[in-house]
Design a protein around this ligand. Structure first.
Ligand code: CUA
Length: 184
């Protein structure tokens, strides 16, 4: 911090140094490259999912998800009381976000496609599917529909990756992927 005032009143009117100009140009061009890479990665990479988004009233979405869970419940998830819902192959699966849970738990078959619906009932949450690291921002009033085809059987965790309150770190969910026909 300067102790004395600058000697010239217009102290900022200096030519920009060449090195600084070069760095500004590099940063600007790099920003442009990354912008167009987002489009490239969307088409040829694994980033930036194609989701369909529609408006939905949170109360309506809650009812749709509750009806879905009641219809396709196959068991409770290990003493937690949370239903495990197994939608028909090729069908619709619903999951909701609310403080502080992802509900219900889903069971899907490996190699089959589903339409996964996700929305929030209250705040913005972040759907992060682990360990595959698939990330979707989840907003109240917006229903996102993603067509997914799980490739590997196993237990997948859903964690919240948008800070949503004091229970944020406890906000977890689960998706089971099983071999086709398992448990029938
Ligand atoms: Cu929900 Cu953080």
């Amino acid at each position: 911090m300067a102790i004395h005032p600058p000697q010239t009143r217009v102290w900022w009117n200096e030519p920009v140094a060449t090195t600084e100009l070069v760095w500004i140009a590099i940063a600007f061009v790099w920003g442009l490259i990354m912008f167009f890479m987002m489009i490239y990665w969307h088409i040829y990479g694994k980033q930036n999912l194609s989701t369909n988004v529609g408006l939905v009233d949170p109360a309506v979405y809650e009812k749709k998800t509750t009806d879905f869970a009641n219809t396709y419940k196959v068991r409770e998830d290990g003493g937690t009381g949370v239903p495990v819902a197994k939608p028909p192959v090729g069908g619709d699966a619903y999951m909701l976000a609310r403080t502080y849970e992802w509900w219900p738990v889903l069971e899907l078959e490996k190699g089959k496609s589903y339409r996964l619906h996700i929305s929030s009932l209250d705040l913005m949450h972040g759907f992060s599917l682990q360990p595959v690291n698939m990330n979707i921002e989840v907003h109240p009033g917006r229903e996102q529909i993603i067509t997914i085809t799980p490739k590997e059987a196993g237990v997948y965790g859903v964690v919240c990756n948008e800070y949503c309150g004091f229970g944020h770190h406890t906000m977890t969910g689960r998706i089971y992927v099983v071999a086709p026909g398992a448990g029938e």
